[in-house]
Design a protein around this ligand. Structure first.
Ligand code: ZN
Length: 84
């Protein structure tokens, strides 16, 4: 009886340990590959990226917006060239 209680306690402690040391339990500071700026990868975002099976972002929000904008511009130019 005492043994099983002890085992349960051990198990619970092990889970606490795993959860407490999960790397995704706090905001992460990542460095942008483009401009070298540091940006925060928030817990909420980490959860989202994980659930979507995305790799962590490599670029700061600023560069991401710029790249998105450039991509759209390129696609526009491409479709414009195709039309001619
Ligand atoms: Zn950047």
């Amino acid at each position: 009886m005492r043994d099983s209680y002890f085992n349960k306690e051990q198990k619970r402690k092990k889970i606490d340990y795993i959860v407490g040391h999960a790397p995704d339990k706090k905001d992460k500071i990542l460095k942008c590959w483009d401009c070298g700026d540091e940006f925060v990868f928030k817990i909420g975002e980490q959860g989202f990226y994980q659930s979507m099976k995305f790799a962590p972002p490599k670029h700061c929000p600023k560069c991401r917006a710029r790249r998105r904008h450039e991509k759209r511009k390129r696609e526009k130019e491409l479709s414009f060239n195709e039309e001619r």
